[in-house]
Design a protein around this ligand. Structure first.
Ligand code: SF4
Length: 228
């Protein structure tokens, strides 16, 4: 969400009036990755139907919500994803997505642009394929996700990389090693301690040709958090 004085005022007003201004919906808990840090049970115990999700969106629009994020699990496993995005856009929601991007190809990237998606956040755990793929437990996943990033950027879409820092990928962050993406886009680094504690970096960093350079916390801070 853009951080401007107008936005600040709008947010303050929605809080005062108890309006659901910014909504996050997990469309599924199913996923095609099995990340070591994931807290979800990926069994399909039943999901909201297309009609039920649309009904929720109708209610949210009626209640004054504006920003909508679809997340999961992996949202592209839902065959009705584009239908739901189109429905949300029809209700004038500003729609963002969170995905591992394994299933985004050129035509899906085009379709996302046509639907007016504002932002896509993609989980990238390391610029080193061996580390990333060991975390997702899907061989080739880094290559596939980064290919999707290129498809999305080629469509002019806003892409943000999300990287939880863990003991598995901290060394890459420390050394600034990597350089696989080769694209200047924003990245967010969250540090997840293994015992479930969560702390978040204070802002965005560039994910350029030196991946993980320039995060907003110092190396010593991360090192002390992960010393165990
Ligand atoms: S991509 Fe996300 S939902 Fe899927 S296993 Fe990894 S952390 Fe869990």
């Amino acid at each position: 969400m853009p951080n401007t004085p107008v936005m600040d005022r709008l947010v303050r007003k929605t809080v005062e009036r108890h309006l659901p201004w910014n909504v996050h919906i997990d469309l599924t808990y199913r996923c095609n990755e099995r990340c070591v840090h994931c807290y979800l049970d990926h069994h399909d115990y039943g999901e909201m139907t297309t009609r039920e999700v649309k009904n929720v969106l109708d209610q949210l629009a009626e209640a004054g919500a504006l920003f909508l994020t679809f997340s999961g699990g992996e949202i592209f496993l839902r065959p009705d994803l584009f239908e739901l995005i189109a429905y949300g856009r029809g209700l004038n929601f500003d729609v963002s997505l969170k995905t591992n991007a394994l299933l985004i190809d050129k035509s899906r990237a085009q379709k996302l642009r046509e639907l007016g998606i504002r932002k896509i956040q993609i989980s990238i755990y390391s610029a080193d394929a061996a580390i990333h793929d060991a975390i997702t437990k899907v061989p080739g996943s880094l290559d596939r996700s980064l290919r999707a990033v290129q498809f999305l950027l080629a469509e002019g879409l806003q892409v943000k990389l999300a990287c939880p820092l863990m003991k598995q990928n901290l060394a890459g962050f420390r050394s600034g090693a990597g350089g696989r993406a080769g694209c200047a886009i924003h990245a967010r680094f969250d540090d997840h301690a293994d015992d479930g504690r969560r702390r978040r970096c204070a802002g965005a960093a560039q994910f350029g040709d030196r991946a993980f350079a320039g995060a907003t916390r110092s190396e010593s801070e991360f090192a002390s958090m992960h010393a165990a």
